[in-house]
Ligand binder design. Structure first.
Ligand SMILES: Nc1ncnc2c1ncn2[C@@H]1O[C@H](COP(=O)(O)OP(=O)(O)OP(=O)(O)O)[C@@H](O)[C@H]1O
Ligand SMILES: [Mg+2]
Length: 393
């Protein structure tokens, strides 16, 4: 329990030579002795410091030792300080004030007997130091308890989040798995009945396409969750290479056209200028697919427009829809993980798409921003810096 701060002792006497003599007797390692020449001086010191004990000369001009002791008893900060009075031998100490705890007051007689003084002071100092040590232990325990409580609360919160997440994931996984399961049941039935006509070339092709879609959506869920844990652990890294953006956009739009048709709408692309940059093609595609999927999902079946704008230093892809738009107070929120708009219709996701997309834009040192007005649709803008390949090493 070694503490750097010394144990403080207060001695009060109107005669400097008495103070000197007393200090010489009681000073020691780990102690700091404070001298006061009067009751008033003593009070000032008492308010500034925490003393282990006070040794008061009874007879002083002005405020005497008893008066000072009474004031100390009446003050919260100094009430507990043990007092030792110093008085001339043979004098009756008939002080009338009461209310001292046992052992909190003692008397020393002049002329001072050095071993007696040292002994008394040692007892009070030891008591004080024990009490201080105990107080520090109690404080440390209390701090540890508070810390533990905070940790428990965090843990509890994490558990709740995990449970919510598990049920969300299970739900999202079940939908495509159910479809796959029903398909296989159906096929089993056809096979059992020997209905081979159900497996003609056209039918097979459609079956494979359907299966593919379900499997892709399961893979996407799993990949998204893996991306989130990569982001969380700071392990999301890029595999950059030369990417031509207008060609990439053409390909993605083409891939998503059947989905747009299913959703009862269309995607138009305005990307006349080819632009190459040193980016991660797979990740850029992931961002654009996320934005387009959202636009189809939340765009109220209105046409979706993709525009590529190129500048000297950057390339920007705007994905514009004419859907219901996003309320201003939601515009930051939807970029947080697991944030899904309430009442969003159709097949819901995990609420990870925008979170991951923004992170991906940022690891490219670009940005993903949103402009939207409720009722007027939204524009999500992916801005990428046009960088050269790093010098070959
Ligand atoms: N173009 C949009 N118009 C209106 N609301 C949108 C649009 N894009 C996203 N949102 C809102 O933002 C929420 C978060 O989008 P985000 O892409 O992160 O998740 P998600 O689409 O719900 O699920 P996931 O992308 O993981 O499959 C959506 O649930 C939706 O409410
Ligand atoms: Mg999405």
């Amino acid at each position: 329990m070694q503490d750097a701060s010394p144990t403080k002792l207060l001695i009060v006497d109107d005669l400097p030579e008495n103070l000197q003599a007393l200090e010489a007797l009681i000073r020691g390692p780990g102690r700091a002795v404070f001298q006061a020449g009067s009751g008033e001086e003593a009070l000032a010191l008492l308010l500034q410091h925490d003393f282990a004990m006070a040794i008061l000369d009874v007879q002083m001009p002005g405020m005497d030792g008893f008066e000072l002791a009474e004031l100390m008893r009446g003050t919260e900060k100094t009430r507990q300080i043990p007092i030792v009075f110093v008085t001339a031998a043979g004098k009756e100490l008939n002080y009338s004030f009461k209310g001292y705890e046992a052992g909190a007051v003692d008397v020393l007689y002049k002329p001072l007997d050095p071993p007696a003084v040292k002994g008394k002071v040692a007892v009070f100092v030891a008591l004080y130091e024990q009490r201080e040590a105990m107080r520090r232990q109690v404080e440390a325990l209390e701090a540890a308890r508070r810390e533990q409580e905070a940790t428990q609360a965090k843990l509890q919160h994490a558990l709740v989040m995990r449970d919510e997440f598990m049920s969300m994931v299970s739900h999202e996984m079940r939908t495509p798995l159910n479809t796959l399961y029903l398909e296989t049941q159906l096929r089993k039935m056809q096979l059992e009945r020997g209905n081979m006509a159900a497996f003609g070339p056209d039918q097979l092709q459609r079956m494979v396409a359907r299966d593919d879609r379900q499997i892709q959506s399961i893979i996407r869920l799993i990949d998204d969750m893996l991306d989130v844990s990569r982001i969380r652990s700071g392990k999301l890294s890029l595999r950059p290479g030369w990417v031509e953006l207008s060609g990439l956009l053409r390909r993605v739009v083409q891939d998503l056209t059947p989905q747009a048709t299913t959703a009862g709408t269309s995607i138009t692309l305005d990307a006349a200028t080819p632009v190459s940059g040193w980016w991660d093609e797979f990740r850029i595609e992931q961002i654009v697919v996320n934005l387009l999927t959202n636009a189809l999902r939340y765009g109220c079946q209105k046409p979706v427009q993709v525009t590529l704008t190129v500048d000297q230093d950057w390339a920007r892809v705007d994905v514009r829809d004419c859907g219901s738009g996003i309320a201003p107070d939601k515009q930051d929120k939807i970029f947080e993980p697991y944030e899904r708009g309430v009442g969003s219709e159709g097949p819901a996701g995990l609420g990870l798409g925008l979170y991951i997309s923004r992170q991906l834009a940022e690891v490219h040192e670009g940005s993903l921003t949103l402009q939207s007005k409720p009722g007027e649709g939204s524009v999500f803008s992916l801005t990428l810096p046009r960088r050269d390949a790093p010098p070959a090493r």
